[in-house]
Design a protein around this ligand. Structure first.
Ligand code: PLP
Ligand code: SF4
Length: 349
């Protein structure tokens, strides 16, 4: 067992453990974790400073997760775009391979919380063979994005095997890994991992910082090790109410990411996923925030603000001039030129 695997086994996974450190009400949270389990690494937990701070909100269970919200467990219709198990193929030239069924810290706002962290584990092993065969027979796919769960929870050997298989498919030109591990579990970024990853270039890594409090000595070092292995680093942030929906916070985060050699890539509007409504802000709030970034910080620090349209209609970068609102509906144009309705009640804004 590697050291990071031992460290991982010290994570907080029960309300009882949590209550030893934090003033929480176990009884009222029990039905929440019955549906959406609790998991927090010691490292990420150590970043909490006080009740309700941005780290707390991202990882501590909240009673609002089980309030009736009439939202879908799978608003992006990922099931519908899954031709074989563990593969999502929505855009012609790139596909998402779900290689891991778990994460070191479960984010309470996770888009896949109803398919992943509710215990319906993605079952792997044999089903990955089907996905690889599908990719071999799909010459239009030029890029594969490893996701999950967190791909870096696999052992170095397992990950190496998957990456080598993908590299053996001639039409795949670029590999990408989406991981929040530099943020929630930086101990996992070892020199051995980096040595293995750099055998598989061109390999890109997109990570997921949401708040400046997540930029620490440890997470900075993890990013530095990946960057030193020649891996271009990007970042995807989710716009979260009372976590980072403040232009000054976002400005600081984006600027600091550049100093870590991490290029801000996307700010995601919260997907309309069951159990996450209390994290949602209005699209206008996001647009106002982007206005406060543009021109005020380095162009390299400015990501696209995107909505992933319901029903698998694709991601749309939101440029203020593209948006038309009628009451509670926005009209957005997607990459196919279709005008798509997007229900936006402002999440209570
Ligand atoms: C987001 C996403 C991608 C990648 O999109 P990019 O805009 O290239 O980052 C690919 N496939 C699916 C299903 C996605 O949701
Ligand atoms: S790391 Fe990503 S996949 Fe895992 S719980 Fe957080 S948001 Fe979901």
């Amino acid at each position: 067992m590697e050291r990071w695997q031992r460290t991982l086994s010290e994570s907080i996974t029960s309300l009882g453990e949590l209550a030893r450190f934090l003033p929480i009400h176990i009884g009222s949270l029990r039905p929440v974790v019955a549906l959406y389990p609790l998991r927090i690494t010691s490292y990420y937990f150590s970043l909490i400073r006080e009740r309700g701070d941005p780290i707390w909100r991202q990882c501590i269970p909240d009673i609002r997760e089980i309030e009736e919200d009439h939202l879908s467990p799978d608003p992006l219709d990922e099931e519908g775009f899954s031709p074989v198990p563990n593969l999502l193929h929505r855009y012609p030239d790139r596909a998402v391979l779900l290689v891991s069924s778990s994460c070191p810290t479960f984010c309470r706002f996770c888009t896949r919380k109803n398919r992943l962290i509710n215990g319906k584990r993605i079952s792997l092993k044999d089903s990955l063979d089907g996905a690889i065969r599908y990719l071999e027979k799909s010459p239009m796919v030029q890029e594969v994005i490893l996701s999950g769960g967190d791909p870096l929870l696999l052992s170095d050997e397992e990950l190496d095997r998957i990456l080598a298989k993908l590299k053996g498919i001639p039409h795949l030109q670029v590999l990408r890994i989406n991981t929040r591990i530099p943020v929630t579990f930086p101990e996992r970024i070892t020199s051995g991992l980096c040595r293995m990853l750099k055998q598989h270039h061109p390999l890109y890594v997109n990570t997921h910082f949401n708040h400046p409090l997540e930029i620490t000595r440890e997470s900075s070092e993890a990013c530095a090790m990946l960057a030193d292995a020649g891996i271009p680093l990007g970042n995807q942030t989710v716009l979260l109410r009372e976590v980072n929906d403040d232009p000054e916070v976002m400005k600081e985060l984006m600027k600091k990411l550049l100093t870590l050699r991490v290029r801000p890539y996307y700010i995601h509007q919260m997907d309309q996923v069951k159990g996450t409504n209390h994290f949602r802000t209005s699209v206008e709030r996001g647009i106002r925030m982007m206005r406060r970034l543009r021109g005020h910080i380095s162009g390299m620090a400015i990501p696209y603000y995107v909505i992933d349209l319901p029903g698998g209609k694709g991601k749309v970068p939101i440029l203020p001039e593209d948006v038309r609102r009628e009451g509670k509906t926005l009209y957005l144009r997607n990459y196919l030129g279709e005008v798509v309705e997007y229900p936006d009640d402002g999440g209570g804004d």
